[in-house]
Design a protein around this ligand. Structure first.
Ligand code: ATP
Ligand code: MG
Length: 708
């Protein structure tokens, strides 16, 4: 039957070919990591178009992340020579958004609805809750956004919200009000996209039929991570043609905390008649060593479908498990390894990825890569210094250091919420402008201004907080303690009611305290101002993210489906499995996450942890790797070269007039380089801040300016 000679099939193994050629009817490809599931989908799409003359517009392929969708597009483009605009390859959310843009009017929305991101969604819930007069104590016990998300993923409308106790009743009523609010304002949250799309299909059979007729071939990658709404969405789309092909791996199911249901793939054949199941057993990605190690780890999960998984690739290098004295030693060694492998094997930065369990872990690696001038990109997330809570906390520190910094004041005046709304803030700004003064001077004397009668007590609270913190800063030189105190005294985390979000943000702030601690130790003479300057410079240098050739930094969750020649997995200590995921079910999900991490690597795998006080143990998953595949090393920083940051940030306390006069009397385009005219009349208390070095720096700065 397979005698046909199609170029597209070149290089595929027998099972993969089978999957490509079985174009009609339901197909499930069920196989371990790196067996070519995604590749097979791409080939099958190309085959349909090139050989079966299926019109590209009749195909839809769905995956989970934008990056995965992009990669799939590129592969299909290469295989078919078509531009991706012709083929509908997208994430679930953008597929649904596209459908809703067209048909939202059928549900009473208009087509220009706005999609709320997570933080806007929380704001909207906040607005609704405020209008409802609910006791604080009750609110504290709810996890609204999570429960509402779960309801939507389960396609439960507000009236059907299951009520087992009083709290559920409150949640149900908030859910109802929230949904009404969204509807009235023509807004959709992320979960609405799927939720409303399925409702649309359900209520409007003609719309569904339109898509069923148009999209004759449906593909879903990473099917093991679909939740109920996603399952139903695909099922409805494919019901008529029965041409559906899903691929997945139960061992890589890592989103059950978001409602993913592994049964969707395990019981696929119950929902689609005459399903053809294809198993792929050959891994093409990893060395034998890496694959065997990953197989050994995942074998400890009890609830899984056993799968054969082998590779004909080389045995390869042993996995390294490295222990370092601190985060810097760890990231310095990563940088050195990147550099030396790059040289020895002619690799690009794209050949390297650093993976971690939690977002906050990226920080020290980011800093060191920046110092070493190695470009990096963060997949599916923000760079450490761009994260909201880090920026907010830095704004507090800036105010303590320099209360004239209006921008920082405006950033956190109402963060966490102190009932100082936008209108008040605008009025304050206008007042400052009309009086030609700064915000802080006004805030300090707020009771003098009648127009702020109502908010004055709230503003006073803010001023008191800042003054208290300033006092603390004078008494203590420790930046670490200052960060901790700001978090605590400002009650910063109180805005985040969702536990997961709170933990994540808290993690980043603990990390900031750690940055402070490192600074304290290495700069015994340092002060807040110097700390802020150094950190600002670091952020500035790591600007470059659009680089085509860059090291990838990513959480393990966002690395799903991707592969890299060399992979570093940091933070492999006993916080993985996460401490608050201890039930057998959760433990197995953490192990799957570990499996996903290990199987991203093609050639080399470096696992690592740092061993500060108090003593930490390696992740128990490390012990599950047979000793023949792994070597253990304790690495001390004097064993490798280090890159230290040397930001040339100085204080030059000239007044702005001083600054201007430098140029007024001595325009830059004037060829005479009269450095001698540099004003030496620096501010009165300059001796505290400015030494000869600073002046030298100032003159070399000026020199440069003149030369340009
Ligand atoms: P994951 O479970 O991690 O998503 P996957 O099963 O989707 O993995 P792919 O990403 O499609 O696997 O393929 C893994 C690697 O193996 C890719 O680099 C792919 O090009 C290569 N590969 C797949 N099949 C073959 C083959 N028959 N011959 C050579 N290389 C192959
Ligand atoms: Mg894949």
């Amino acid at each position: 039957v397979f005698e046909l000679n199609y170029a597209i099939l070149d290089g595929l193994n027998k099972e993969q070919k089978q999957a490509v050629l079985h174009t009609e009817g339901a197909t499930v490809i069920f196989a371990g990591a790196g067996t070519g599931k995604t590749l097979t989908i791409c080939k099958r799409i190309a085959f349909l178009i090139a050989e079966k003359k299926v019109h590209p517009k009749q195909i839809i392929a769905i995956t989970f992340t934008n990056k995965a969708a992009r990669e799939m597009k590129e592969r299909v483009e290469k295989l078919t020579g078509l531009t991706s605009a012709d083929i509908w390859i997208s994430t679930f959310h953008s597929a649904c958004a596209k459908i809703l843009r067209r048909y939202a009017t059928k549900l009473g929305y208009t087509s220009n609805f706005t999609i709320l991101d997570k933080s806007d969604q929380l704001k909207a819930i906040g607005i609704v809750v405020k209008s409802m007069d609910i006791e604080q104590e009750t609110l504290r016990q709810l996890s609204l956004d999570k429960d509402i998300e779960r309801a939507k993923n389960q396609l439960i409308l507000p009236p059907a919200y299951p009520i087992k106790n009083n709290l559920d009743m409150v949640t149900a009523s908030i859910y109802a009000k929230y949904q009404e609010y969204l509807f009235k304002h023509n807004l959709m949250d992320f979960n609405d996209l799927l939720f409303l799309c399925v409702l649309l299909f359900h209520k409007m059979p003609d719309v569904l039929e339109y898509y069923q007729n148009q999209l004759r071939y449906v593909f879903v990658d990473e099917y093991q991570d679909t939740n109920y709404a996603q399952f139903l969405f695909t099922k409805m789309l494919a019901q008529k043609s029965n041409n559906i092909c899903v691929v997945g791996d139960d061992d890589q199911s890592i989103y059950s905390w978001r409602g993913a249901d592994i049964r969707n793939i395990l019981e696929f054949n119950k929902h689609f008649p005459h399903t053809k199941t294809i198993l792929l057993e050959q891994n093409y990605r990893s060395t034998q060593t890496i694959l065997n190690a990953a197989n050994a780890v995942i074998a400890n999960n009890k609830t899984r479908q056993r799968k054969a998984l082998r590779t004909q690739n080389e045995i390869g290098h042993k996995i390294q498990f490295n222990r370092y004295s601190d985060n810097y030693a760890e990231s310095e060694d990563i940088v050195n390894t990147v550099r030396s492998l790059q040289k020895a094997e002619l690799l690009t930065y794209n050949d390297f990825a650093v993976l971690y369990r939690f977002n906050f872990m990226s920080r020290s690696v980011e800093t060191t890569l920046t110092a070493a001038k190695i470009p990096y990109r963060i997949l599916n997330g923000l760079r450490y210094w761009d994260r909201k809570e880090v920026k907010d906390l830095m704004a507090y520190l800036r105010i303590l250091n320099n209360p004239l910094d209006d921008i920082s004041i405006l950033r956190v005046l109402n963060v966490p919420k102190r009932r100082i709304g936008e209108i008040t803030q605008n009025k304050l700004e206008q007042l400052a402008q009309s009086q030609n003064t700064d915000l802080w001077s006004i805030l300090k004397n707020i009771e003098q201004y009648m127009e702020f009668r109502q908010t004055a007590p709230n503003i006073r609270m803010f001023v008191n907080l800042i003054e208290e913190l300033q006092y603390f800063n004078k008494q203590n030189r420790s930046v670490e303690k200052l960060v901790q105190t700001v978090v605590k005294k400002s009650n910063y985390l109180s805005d985040f009611t969702n536990q997961e979000e709170r933990e994540e943000r808290h993690g980043n702030l603990i990390e900031l305290a750690k940055v402070g601690a490192e600074y304290d130790t290495s700069n015994p003479e340092g002060d807040l101002n110097d700390f802020i300057n150094k950190m600002t410079l670091i952020q500035d240098q790591s600007e470059d993210t659009n680089n085509d050739d860059a090291v990838s930094l990513t959480t393990i969750h966002s690395a799903k489906g991707l592969e890299f020649t060399n992979v570093f997995v940091i933070g492999m200590d006993d916080s993985f499995p996460s401490h608050n995921r201890q039930s057998v079910f959760e433990l197995e999900e953490e192990r799957r996450l570990c499996y996903v991490a290990l199987t991203r690597a093609k050639k080399r795998l470096f696992l690592s942890m740092v061993m500060p006080h108090p003593y930490k143990n390696p992740s128990p998953f490390i012990n599950e790797i047979p000793s023949e595949f792994i070597v253990f090393r304790d690495k001390k920083s004097d064993e490798f070269e280090t890159h230290t940051l040397d930001p040339h940030q100085r204080n030059i306390p000239f007044t702005f007039d001083d600054f201007l006069s430098m140029f007024n009397n001595d325009p830059p385009n004037d060829q005479g380089k009269s450095i001698k005219n540099l004003p030496r009349s620096i501010n009165n208390n300059s001796s505290d801040y400015c030494d000869e070095d600073d002046l030298d720096f100032a003159s070399s700065f000026l020199q440069k300016a003149l030369e340009e």
